[in-house]
Design a protein around this ligand. Sequence first.
Ligand SMILES: NC(=O)c1ccc[n+]([C@@H]2O[C@H](COP(=O)([O-])OP(=O)(O)OC[C@H]3O[C@@H](n4cnc5c(N)ncnc54)[C@H](O)[C@@H]3O)[C@@H](O)[C@H]2O)c1
Ligand SMILES: O=c1ccn([C@@H]2O[C@H](COP(=O)(O)OP(=O)(O)O[C@H]3OC[C@@H](O)[C@H](O)[C@H]3O)[C@@H](O)[C@H]2O)c(=O)[nH]1
Length: 314
Amino acid sequence: MRILVTGGAGFIGSHLVDKLMENEKNEVIVVDNYFTGTKDNLKKWIGHPRFELIRHDVTEPLLIEVDQIYHLACPASPIFYKYNPVKTIKTNVIGTLNMLGLAKRVGARILLTSTSEVYGDPLEHPQTESYWGNVNPIGVRSCYDEGKRVAETLMFDYHRQHGIEIRIARIFNTYGPRMNIDDGRVVSNFIAQALRNEPLTVQLPGTQTRSFCYVSDMVDGLIRLMEGENTGPINIGNPGEFTMLELAESVKELINPEVKISLVENTPDDPRQRKPDITKAKEVLGWEPKVKLRDGLPLMEEDFRQRLGVPKKN
Ligand SMILES: NC(=O)c1ccc[n+]([C@@H]2O[C@H](COP(=O)([O-])OP(=O)(O)OC[C@H]3O[C@@H](n4cnc5c(N)ncnc54)[C@H](O)[C@@H]3O)[C@@H](O)[C@H]2O)c1
Ligand SMILES: O=c1ccn([C@@H]2O[C@H](COP(=O)(O)OP(=O)(O)O[C@H]3OC[C@@H](O)[C@H](O)[C@H]3O)[C@@H](O)[C@H]2O)c(=O)[nH]1
């Protein structure tokens, strides 16, 4: 099986590559433009005979022969996807069109990593796949939210019009080792702040909720979806729901009891609540997450300590 992973030098992509490379029958090709990803995440595979890394921007056409495409390429942290919003839209729309064109030409199955952000600031809680969402089409997050919504539409239109085999995962907040230290997302921010002994920046009001999935569970869910028979969309996430103040308290307790918590300004259109209904993933994929937040945070701490050069005191 020859497998293309777009965005494979990023956080989730590189963990996915590790898992795919465990199967000796797989050849893995990564394309990435290194906007938020790095070769470092893939260093153990560079030079491996079953692995290939190509610097490529998915907004440009790609001509290769593959059997499966995991299409992840897209900046995921709000600070990065808002940095150049027009580029974020191009990545989601033109990038997905290019990957669907490739899937059509070579007859490959393609999986899109969509997002819980397609539900916007949800008025239904928890979110099921049948909920159409509550998205601001002209806000600062729209380049990502609407970009992913169009990407989902393109996937289904290629499926209906050209018979392409598609899979859509709606990923909920995922965390784990290898997140960029200055990624800007909440778990990596809090862990880096706790280790640097800087106040944990809880954005107001602090009562907004998220549900955090450990990256190994996510990768397992994505592979099951690709290998299964259901097109999706399927929510993949951990239904354990926490307020941002609760998350800060957990990081403080587990990593640095001395650290302060400070309330800071939020950004526009921040969703007030988010929690996946994973009934469909359980039924269709036989999947549910195994790693609880309190077990996952220390695994991430270890990786951040090494990269920040902050050893654990005994
Ligand atoms: N991590 C999460 O919580 C989460 C939640 C929902 C959805 N997702 C989706 O999962 C995917 C991976 O997210 P992540 O957390 O690993 O993010 P990430 O930013 O670490 O990885 C994204 C990768 O895509 C690459 N990339 C960006 N634009 C590109 C382009 N135009 N051409 C080629 N490569 C490009 C980046 O360099 C990076 O390596 C994304 O599609 C994201 O939308 C992630
Ligand atoms: O330092 C911080 C950063 C963030 N936050 C809060 O933490 C919550 C989560 O924010 P993040 O930036 O981690 O992520 P978001 O949930 O906004 O977006 C995320 O959701 C779905 C994915 O598709 C996106 O890729 C991902 O970034 C927000 O309520 C935000 O206000 C803080 O309280 N402090």
